[in-house]
Structure formats: structure tokens, C-alpha cells
Design a protein around this ligand. Structure first.
Ligand code: ADP
Ligand code: MG
Ligand code: MG
Length: 880
């Protein structure tokens, strides 16, 4: 028996039958698999065949040769189509025309465009004119074919053809292609052939089989085009063999006014409304609808002009939607009143639409709620749903001032200010402001709070501005290197435009865009559909989701979004009120332990009341509070004028104060005197904070409010560090319980964020009651990338495909993730009851959430606005 070469087989479809089906995307590409599927369920799909991705693979690996036998199979495929269509390729009576369409398993830019009307030459064109009695149509198809073949297959710039036709139109004094008469079109064809000959040095190929061979090879070659290769590398698309090629009989939407071509969605992709949505053009072909040559008509018009075809389209749409269990994006053509479906796929949609469609399709009984949760809404849809957006219709390219990182989603519009003081001073409902800074520091929180949105020219996804903004759900574009900020002149420029203080700008933190002027913002809303859907999500979710929240307001919001506790409450932000900052500054400049204690005691009541409020809001849900973490210099002023003022207020010699500030300066503050290193060198800090937490907890308990405090020690690298801090905390607890004559349950655990801690996690777990992976620092220290400076080179790494994702956004499962896995295993082996969570920014990123689920973490914790995203990602991970 003869063994077939791999890739030689082609897969036919048409006339209610098909050799492939929708499960065969890897082999037939998405388009081919769905054409086969549609054909076999009886939809009117023009007959054709699909050359598999295996053939493309062979072609790439064998220097552009076809697998043995493919040529014959293609000829058989053509014959199959000829039989069904009752025509013949190249026939001078009834010529068959073909379309050649590329299509990989995943749709991607860079792949070859479709060639329509293949098979035409002078001879077949005449035949087509005779056979259809429509000479104009025949010429129109011919000139389109020469243009498309020249452009797509031979790489002749489309503009060369455009120029030729424009000259003829000008000579005639007409505007539209449709205004050209037959003689004009004849001239167009001649001119196009001349362009082809000039550009390629060859005559336009007459032989339809040669045309077909050229077109197929061009599709294969496009798989290895620079653009396509780069796209796959950057998006980490691997394991695909190549693109398939669909060769299909042409149907004609350009034969007259009883013909049309169009695209439609089975439901409105921006609102989700259950109503056909789309556009069509009468007497047109292919890409005319999207090319903007003529303005397409709304699909509802079709009902008026071709009621029967419209009804049929509606029936097929419903059928396809039910069959695929998802909203479909459909391409169709009507030839002399007869409808053909040319493509279907799951339609792209907005967040609002995704949720509405999911809920309504369940209610209509088309899918069950598990499918809705698993497939119909992506986590990022929820992110979109929960944030305001700029009305994209109002933005043109010229008004885009620059692009930065999409640091915190949502849109904001306001007047530019360049300092936090100005922001606090000017911001009001009538005068919204956008705070524009090179970068922000904890001192800016007041201005950041007052501003509608934040724009920085430096810093990454975990820069101060980004983390704080995300926590508050405030739009932020970070690291926008396209703009240069000049604080002195109170302006910024992108090289061509200069924006001054007070000017209006708009920022879109979902896209990372900075836009000139005031634009309309569309506000988000959580409606009944949202709550219905999220209930289903929680039905399938079995990993906890907590929030990172530092204030009672954030905590309340976190609960609203469905958080089941606080996974990270940072205490440093609590020190930035006016009285508090001066107390902590006193603490920092203290020379004796006694002075230090005294300064800290003035902070105690503030901390305690903050914790009381947060515990109250969380009503018995666990609250993980992290002890002081940042290096102390962050609490001291930088400028000399400011230093003098602060020194005066503190009643200390300015020179001496300046010396202290200088002595606290570190070369590498991120690796310096911070985290538990502070608590170990100044135990009084840990004592004060633990006391504030536990006193607040006991008081509330006595008032009948349930509390569950978890005290978290940051930046542990050795078990001894943890031990020393735990001793301090436990001693304070004993004291507090003695003094109050009451007690509460509390846990002491640690952040795992230094690589060494993951390696000795078993020893740490001997005493720690919980671990929380601080994956921001863990990523920073594992890669050795400073997260505040990495923006510069990460951009290039991503463009070059050296990294597939920014590791500060998407957890690096191969490296950092291995450490998470190791620490989880070691920790649990030592202490099976160890509670483990993650509180880095990754806790709200869907891929990272899925990874955490696989590792068996108890919960993920993220900023309040990401909580719904994390809930869905966790449910989908469980359903995988
Ligand atoms: P894309 O992948 O860019 O969507 P397609 O292969 O779907 O490209 O082709 C683009 C357009 O060409 C289709 O939407 C349709 O209008 C037209 N087209 C493709 N195949 C045919 C065909 N067999 N008959 C008529 N028009 C076709
Ligand atoms: Mg298409
Ligand atoms: Mg940290």
C-alpha cells in the first residue's frame, strides 16, 4: 500500500458535507475548521477544500516544495468543487472562480490576505460576461483580481493600482468606482496589467492552475514572513505547524443590486443587546465593507431591501449561536438573492457585553452557567466593566500625546498640575486635575488622592504611582517616556506639542494612552447581570480571594467587590497625615531608645484607631497587617528648603537634621535598611504596631465585633529574623491580654519575598502560622531587576521577545514560580496547617492566579478593583 506523504491530504467541504469539523483547528486552521463544521450542519457554505497546516509545515521545512501527492490532491479538490458548482476552472463556457484564504489555528496579523476571483484571464472573463450576461460585473471582478493578486501574492504596493484607477476616474470626472462604465473598466484592466508587468517583469499569469499554485505558495510563505514570525515570538505562540489554505468557490456580491456582502454579530458586541448587529453593502465584494470606499448600511436595512435573505440570515445566526454556544461574528454574501455564509467565529466583545451575553444565553437555555463562567467572560472583561473609559470615537491619532504603561485602568480627564501641593490646592468637582510627575513618592499621596488620575514619565508597573493608583482604583499611566516634564517651566512636551499647567488632558489607564484635550468619559456600572454572573463564579470557585487595602474606605470597597478578607494592609501609608508624619520623623531622629519610644507612643493612638476602623469594616474576616516595611528616608523631606522647615518644626538644628537625612541615604534602598531589619534594629517599632493591632482587636471584641488579626513580618530571609520578631509580638500580646484581662486569637506569619526565604521555608514554617508571597519583591530579587528602573530595558526585552511578559505583571512561572512552588511544598511539609497566600500585584492577574491555584494556595490577594477579576480567574482555573 502506498504511504501518503504527511500534508498531502486536502479536506473538502460543501453541499451539506465535510471531511473536517470544528475540533480540527490545529490541522485546518480556525477558518477551515469552521467552514467544515458549518457545511456539515447544512449551512449554505460555498464548496471548497482546505490544505492542511501539515502541508505548510512541509513547505517551510523543504525549501518551498510541496509534499508528494499534494498537487494531485489539489486537482481532485478543484474537481470536487467543479462538480458541485457545475463549472470548470479555466473553462471558456462556465468558468469556476476561486477564493484563496489563509487561516491558522489562532488568528494573527501578518498572515496573507485573501485573493478573490482567482481563475480569471481574458478568456474566462469573456466567458463570465457572456454566461452572466453582465459584462460590467466581469470586468469589475477582473480588475479586482489583478489588483489583489499583484498586491497580495506578488507584493506590488496596492497604491500603484490605486494610482492608475484614480487617474482614469479623474479623466472621466467621476468619484466612485461604481461610476465607471464598461469601457473605463476595460482601460482599468489594461492599466493594471501594465502595472503588474512593470513591477514584476512578467506578464500577468493566464493559467488558472498557475495562479492557484502562486497563491497557495504565497500563503505558505506568509507564515514565515518577518511580521508573522515576530508576532508569534512576542505572543509566545508555539506548537503550531503553520497556516492552512482554504480554496473555495467564489460567490458574488457584486453582480448587481440584488447582491450584497456584509458582516454581522449575532448580538451587539458593545452593549450585548440580543439583536443582530452589523453592516452590509449592496453590489460589493470582499473587503469593500471594511475598506471604507463606500459607507456601509446598517444591517437592519437589509430587512427592508432583501427581506427573505435577511430572515434566512437571522435563522442561521440563531442556529450558529446555539451550535457554538457563543456569540458569533459572521461574514456573508448574497448572490442574486441567495445567501451564503463565508465565515463564523466567536465574536470579540466589550466587558459589559460579555457579562450580559453570558447571563442572557444561560437564561435562554442556550448554555449552562458553568459554560458561561468557563468560556463566555474573560477576567479582563470584568476589569473593563468596572472602570470608566474614554469614548474612543472622540480620539483621533493626532491627539495622542504619548503612550505609557497601562498602570491602573480607567479613564480620567482634568487640568494638568505638576505638584501634589497644587493638586490638593486646586482640585475640586469644578476643577478636576491630573497629577503629572516624573515619578511619585509616598509624600505625593495627598496630591494623588486629590487628582482624578496620575501620569508619570518614569517607573514601571510596580512603581509607587502604579501600586497606589491601582489600590485606589484611580486611573494611572506610568512610565510614559514619550513625554518630557519640566517642573520649573510647569509644562511637558512630547516633542511636537507642549502642554502647560492648567491645560486639559485625558488619560486612559487601561490602554496607557495620554490624550490631548478634554474627552467624554463613559462611567461603569455594576448591574443585575453582573451580580448574577458573579454568583455563578463563586459557585465554581474554591480558592479564596482577599484584597490589599490600607484604609477603611478601601476595605469597604474590597468587601463590595467580594473580598473575603484583607491579604495585605500596609501600615506605612498611615503615617502620612500631618501630625503623624512629624511623630514618625521625631522617631527617626531620636538618639536614644527612650526618645524613640516616646515618639512612637504618640503614633500609637492613630494606628490603633485606623486598625479599629478596618477591623470593624471587615467584621470577623481575616485581616493581614504588615509591619513597617519601607526604608526610613521615605519619611524625610528631600529638598533643602523643605528640610529646613521640617527641622524648625521639630526643633532641631537644620544642619544636624540634614546630616541625619544624609546618613539615611542608601545606595540601594530596596536592599537596605527596611522590612524586618527595621523591627530588629528598633524593636520599639514592632512593639508599638503590635500593641496598636492587639489593643484595637481586644477592644472591638469587648464591644461584640468579631476580629481576626494576622500580623505579618516583612522581608524575612532567615528563620532567626522571624523568630526575633515573633518573640516581640508574642510578648506584647501577653502584656496586652494581661492589661485588658481579655484576649483574642491572632496569627503571626511572614511575607516570603526574599529568594533565600523560599529555600529555608521549612525552617521558617516551624514558627510561622502563615506565608504570604510578596511577589513584587520576590520577582525583583530573583531577576535582579530593580522594579523602579526596569521599564527602560524591559520595553526592549518585550519587543525583542527576550521576555514574553513583564514579570512584574505576569508571574514568571518558570523561575519565580518555582520558588513559590518550593516554599509552598517545604512550608506545608513542616506545617500542614500553614495558610499560604500571595499579596503581590500578581494576585489579580489571571494567568498568575491560575498558577497559584495549581500550587494549592489558600488565597490570592489583590487591589480591591481586581477582586472580581481574581474571583473569575480562580473559578476558571478550578474548571480547567
Ligand atoms: P479574513 O481572514 O481577513 O477575514 P477572509 O478569508 O475571510 O479574510 O476573506 C475576506 C473577505 O473576502 C470575506 O469576508 C468575504 O467578503 C470575501 N470572500 C472570501 N471568500 C469568498 C468567497 N468564496 N466568495 C465570496 N467572497 C469571499
Ligand atoms: Mg474573514
Ligand atoms: Mg516587599
Amino acid at each position: 500500500m502506498e504511504v501518503e506523504t504527511k500534508g498531502a491530504k486536502v479536506y473538502t467541504f460543501g453541499a451539506g458535507d465535510a471531511e473536517g469539523d470544528r475540533s480540527m483547528k490545529a490541522l485546518l486552521g480556525g477558518k477551515g475548521a469552521n467552514l467544515a463544521e458549518m457545511s456539515s450542519i447544512g449551512l449554505p457554505v460555498p464548496a471548497g477544500f482546505t490544505i492542511s497546516t501539515e502541508a505548510c509545515d512541509y513547505f517551510s521545512k523543504h525549501n518551498g516544495r510541496w509534499p508528494h501527492g499534494l498537487k494531485e490532491k489539489i486537482a481532485e479538490g478543484v474537481q470536487y468543487v467543479e462538480n458541485i458548482m457545475d463549472t470548470k476552472l479555466g473553462d471558456s463556457e462556465h468558468p469556476l472562480l476561486l477564493s484563496v484564504r489563509s487561516g491558522a489555528a489562532i488568528s494573527m496579523p501578518g498572515m496573507m490576505d485573501t485573493v478573490l476571483n482567482l481563475g480569471l484571464n481574458d478568456d474566462t472573463m469573456e466567458a463570465l460576461a457572456r454566461h452572466t450576461g453582465n459584462e460590467r460585473f466581469a470586468y469589475d471582478s477582473y480588475r479586482r483580481f489583478i489588483d489583489m493578486f499583484g498586491d497580495v501574492v506578488m507584493g506590488i504596493s496596492h497604491s500603484k493600482f490605486e494610482k492608475a484607477i484614480a487617474e482614469i476616474k479623474k479623466k472621466k470626472g467621476v468619484e466612485n468606482d461604481t461610476d465607471l462604465d464598461i469601457d473605463d473598466l476595460k482601460e482599468v484592466v489594461d492599466r493594471y496589467k501594465a502595472v503588474y508587468r512593470k513591477e514584476t517583469g512578467h506578464m500577468f499569469p493566464d493559467d488558472p492552475y498557475e495562479q492557484l499554485q502562486f497563491a497557495i505558495n504565497a500563503v505558505f510563505n506568509s507564515w514565515d514572513s518577518e511580521r508573522a514570525v515576530k508576532y508569534r515570538r512576542i505572543n509566545q505562540i508555539t506548537g503550531l505547524l503553520g497556516t492552512a489554505v482554504n480554496v473555495q468557490a467564489m460567490v458574488f456580491g457584486n453582480m448587481g443590486d440584488d447582491c450584497a456582502t456584509g458582516v454581522c454579530f449575532t448580538r451587539n458586541p458593545s452593549t450585548g443587546e440580543n439583536k443582530l448587529y452589523g453592516e452590509f453593502l449592496i453590489n460589493a465584494q470582499g473587503e469593500d465593507v471594511v475598506a471604507g470606499i463606500r459607507t456601509p448600511k446598517n444591517i437592519s436595512e437589509l430587512q427592508k431591501v432583501m427581506p427573505e435573505a435577511y430572515d434566512e440570515l437571522l435563522t442561521h445566526c440563531t442556529r450558529l449561536e446555539e451550535h457554538y454556544g457563543n456569540m458569533q461574528d459572521i461574514e456573508f454574501t448574497i448572490q442574486k438573492g441567495t445567501l451564503y455564509i463565508l465565515q463564523t467565529r466567536n465574536g470579540k466583545r466589550t466587558g459589559t457585553a460579555a457579562v450580559k451575553i453570558a447571563v442572557e444565553m444561560v437564561e435562554e437555555g442556550k448554555i449552562d452557567n458553568q459554560t458561561a463562567v468557563k468560556l463566555l467572560v474573560q477576567p479582563n472583561h470584568l476589569d473593563q466593566l468596572l472602570h470608566a473609559q474614554i469614548d474612543s470615537d472622540s480620539i483621533d491619532e493626532e491627539s495622542v500625546l504619548g503612550k505609557g504603561l497601562p498602570a491602573s485602568p480607567g479613564a480620567a480627564v482634568g487640568h494638568v498640575v505638576f505638584s501634589s501641593e497644587k493638586a490638593e490646592e486646586l482640585a475640586s468637582d469644578d476643577y478636576p486635575v491630573i497629577l503629572v510627575r516624573i515619578e511619585t513618592s509616598p509624600e505625593d499621596v495627598g496630591g494623588m488622592a486629590a487628582a482624578e488620575g496620575i501620569l508619570t514619565s518614569r517607573g514601571g508597573m510596580t512603581s509607587h504611582a502604579a501600586v497606589v493608583a491601582r489600590g485606589w482604583g484611580k486611573p494611572c499611566v506610568a512610565g510614559c517616556g514619550d513625554i518630557v516634564i519640566n517642573y520649573k517651566k510647569k509644562q511637558f512636551t512630547n516633542g511636537s506639542k507642549t502642554i502647560k499647567e492648567g491645560d486639559w488632558i485625558s488619560i486612559d489607564g487601561t490602554l496607557g494612552a495620554v490624550i490631548d484635550g478634554k474627552h467624554e468619559v463613559v462611567k461603569p456600572e455594576m448591574d443585575d447581570d453582573y451580580y448574577t454572573f458573579m454568583n455563578w463564579v463563586d459557585e465554581y470557585r474554591n480558592m479564596g480571594v482577599r484584597a490589599n487595602a490600607d484604609s477603611p474606605e478601601d476595605s469597604a470597597r474590597a468587601r463590595e467587590f467580594g473580598a473575603e478578607g484583607i491579604g495585605l494592609c500596609r501600615t506605612e501609608h498611615m503615617f502620612f497625615g500631618e501630625k503623624r508624619i512629624s511623630a514618625i520623623r521625631k522617631m527617626i531622629i531620636s538618639e536614644t531608645d527612650e526618645e524613640r519610644r516616646k515618639a512612637l507612643m504618640t503614633l500609637l493612638p492613630y494606628q490603633k484607631s485606623d486598625f479599629r476602623k478596618i477591623f470593624k469594616v471587615m467584621g470577623g474576616l481575616p485581616v493581614t497587617i504588615r509591619l513597617l516595611d519601607p526604608p526610613l528616608h521615605e519619611f524625610l523631606p528631600e529638598g533643602t528648603d523643605e528640610q529646613k522647615e521640617v527641622a524648625d518644626n521639630l526643633g532641631i538644628d537644620p544642619q544636624k537634621f540634614a546630616d541625619i537625612v544624609r546618613s539615611l541615604k542608601e545606595f540601594n534602598p530596596m536592599l537596605g535598611h527596611r522590612g524586618c531589619r527595621l523591627g530588629i534594629t528598633y524593636p520599639a517599632i514592632t512593639e508599638m504596631q503590635s500593641r496598636a493591632i492587639l489593643e484595637a482587636a481586644v477592644e472591638l471584641k469587648q464591644e461584640g465585633v468579631a476580629v481576626l488579626p494576622e500580623i505579618m513580618v516583612p522581608l524575612i530571609g532567615t528563620p532567626q529574623e522571624f523568630h526575633s520578631q515573633k518573640m516581640v509580638i508574642d510578648d506584647v500580646a501577653k502584656e496586652v491580654f494581661e492589661q485588658t484581662g481579655d484576649s483574642v486569637e491572632y496569627k503571626v506569619g511572614t511575607m516570603i519575598e526574599i529568594p533565600r526565604a523560599t529555600l529555608v521555608a521549612d525552617q521558617i514554617a516551624k514558627e510561622a502560622e502563615f506565608f504570604s508571597f510578596g511577589t513584587n519583591d520576590l520577582t525583583q530579587m530573583t531577576f535582579g531587576y530593580s522594579r523602579d528602573d526596569a521599564g527602560k530595558f524591559l520595553k526592549i526585552y518585550l519587543e525583542e521577545g527576550i521576555l514574553q511578559h513583564d514579570p512584574f505583571q505576569v508571574l514568571d512561572t518558570e523561575g519565580v514560580g518555582r520558588l513559590v512552588e518550593l516554599a509552598t511544598q517545604k512550608g506545608r511539609e513542616e506545617n500542614p496547617d500553614l495558610k499560604i497566600g500571595i499579596c503581590g500585584e500578581h494576585g489579580g492577574e489571571p494567568k498568575s492566579v491560575a498558577f497559584c491555584y495549581k500550587q494549592g494556595l489558600n488565597y490570592v490577594s489583590c487591589s480591591p478593583f481586581r477582586v472580581p477579576v481574581a474571583r473569575l480567574a480562580a473559578a476558571q482555573a478550578a474548571l480547567e
